[in-house]
Design a protein around this ligand. Structure first.
Ligand SMILES: [Fe+2]
Length: 368
């Protein structure tokens, strides 16, 4: 049975309207707010036609442009309105503070560490044959608490001019041929932490230490900057192999606001490490259902909608990611970079090695 919304919540929103994008105080910039307001207008129109009075509340760490098209489709399909709160941080803590009165139904986030944090702090299990069928077991929790929606592969960006090979393994990054030629962001950043955790899980601690020391010795400079900054270093000639997430290639290739990034992207190509072996390390974006979700049935409908073929294609395409659902192809642009064969080590297993990987990064002074 659906649980009714509490009176406090139902006062917030007229059930006739779909209210997309409630900006969190202090985080919304005026331009973004304006964009969201514009989108509200069309979304509201769609909701009027499908007015069912049903809603689902989403707390989203993912940006409006990524999820609003999905929610509009969901409302068109089901008649269920979607209210969203966007923020860059603090949403899990907010749900926790709100406790049993929290209006949150579904949380959307990125990165396995943040997904697990949400799962452990504010989620409820969602036993769903649909989610089980379409999300690979390696990309959801064994206790039904979190579910991945998209993959982002952590790959090698290599110089078109200075690197000839077409294949590469993560192991080779520690080899003598890459002395002084590798660049990457901090070893403690969650993206590298998950990559290192997967290496630790595969290699065991002694071999992992040796590998990580080898990579450190091959760095062209101290880890700093974000993933895109490493590709800029390839462009500038200061390193030949950078570690980065795949979607940044798409973001750089299409960046009309900072067209210099198109040049960075042109200087590099992607190699999927270990594509011929155990598979390339992937991280995810994903979702959990809030423990006290007041609109549980609608939340389940939304979560199951997000693994539909249409939603998977849309969601992956808009951020140059990969659908988790088998049989749904990535966008044409993403497909051009090569074929992703994801490592089959469960993300849950990788997550269990995060803490130790982080300690070893400090022990060997990777960032120093
Ligand atoms: Fe990112």
């Amino acid at each position: 049975m659906p649980r009714p919304s509490s009176p406090r919540r139902s006062r917030l929103v007229s059930p006739r309207f779909l209210l997309l994008a409630v900006a969190v105080a202090g985080l919304a910039v005026p331009l973004a707010a304006q964009t969201r307001a514009d989108k509200n207008a069309s979304a509201k129109h769609a909701a009027d036609k499908n007015a069912s009075g049903e809603i689902v509340n989403v707390y989203s760490y993912r940006q409006p442009f990524l999820v609003e098209p999905l929610f509009e489709k969901f409302t068109q399909t089901t008649g269920i309105g979607v209210r969203v709160i966007f923020a860059k941080k603090g949403l899990v803590e907010r749900v926790k503070t709100e406790g049993e009165n929290s209006p949150a139904d579904v949380l959307l986030t990125i990165d396995i560490s943040r997904l697990i944090h949400a799962a452990e702090t504010v989620a409820q299990p969602v036993p769903s044959p649909v989610l089980e069928k379409f999300i690979p077991a390696t990309a959801r929790s064994s206790d039904d608490l979190w579910f991945a929606l998209t993959y982002r592969a952590r790959v090698a960006y290599v110089s078109r001019a200075r690197v000839r090979q077409d294949t590469l393994s993560y192991g080779a990054l520690a080899g003598p041929e890459f002395k002084g030629r590798i660049c990457m962001r901090s070893g403690q950043h969650p993206y590298n932490n998950a990559l290192f955790a997967s290496q630790l899980a595969h290699l065991g601690e002694p071999a992992f230490r040796t590998w990580l020391r080898g990579v450190k010795n091959n760095l062209s400079e101290k880890p700093s900057g974000n993933d895109r900054a490493q590709v800029r270093r390839i462009y500038a000639g200061s390193c030949d192999v950078a570690i980065g997430n795949t979607y940044y290639m798409g973001k750089m290739q299409t960046n009309s606001q900072k067209p210099e990034q198109k040049d960075w992207a042109r200087a590099a190509r992607i190699i999927f490490p270990d594509a011929q072996g155990r598979g390339t390390h992937v991280n995810v974006s994903g979702m959990v259902m809030a423990k006290h979700a007041p609109n549980r049935d609608n939340a389940l409908k939304l979560m199951e909608f997000l693994v539909s073929e249409e939603a998977q294609r849309l969601y992956a395409e808009v951020n140059f990611e990969y659908p988790v659902r088998a049989g749904v192809a990535p966008s044409a642009r993403v497909a051009k970079w090569g074929t992703l064969r994801a490592d089959t080590l469960p993300l849950e297993t990788i997550a269990a090695f995060r803490k130790r990987a982080s300690e070893i990064v400090d022990e060997i002074g990777f960032n120093n």
